[in-house]
Design a protein around this ligand. Structure first.
Ligand code: SF4
Ligand code: F3S
Length: 106
């Protein structure tokens, strides 16, 4: 599966959802997740993210391992998203900021 990692939090550009052939992105208040049982590993979304927040499970940085479980958990409760929407106004300021997990809204 592919996994949405920490840098999506508060950036949430949503370019990723437009290319997913199986529509397996789910949307929370300031973060998106991929449903691991629905993702077909096509890799199309990975280069679409302007802040490089998407990883294949095999390439997920070791300090982001919690995001594997987090994607699986939140994909079960958040609504599906298939159309791009405007990113938060301050998205660019949050690109690359460390320790964003504490800001994750559910
Ligand atoms: Fe969708 Fe393909 Fe990305 Fe999986 S790898 S989330 S199927 S675009
Ligand atoms: Fe997040 Fe990147 Fe998609 S910021 S919403 S994973 S395009």
């Amino acid at each position: 599966t592919f996994v949405v990692g920490e840098n999506c939090i508060k950036c949430k550009h949503t370019d990723c959802v437009e290319v997913c052939p199986v529509d397996c992105f789910y949307e929370g208040p300031n973060f998106l997740v991929i449903h691991p049982d629905e993702c077909i590993d096509c890799a199309l979304c990975e280069p679409e993210c302007p802040v490089d927040a998407i990883f294949s499970e095999d390439e997920l940085p070791s300090d982001q391992e919690a995001f594997l479980e987090l994607n699986a958990e939140l994909a079960e409760v958040w609504p599906n998203i298939t159309e791009k929407k405007e990113a938060p106004a301050d998205a660019e300021e949050w690109d690359g900021v460390e320790g964003k997990l504490q800001y994750l809204e559910r």
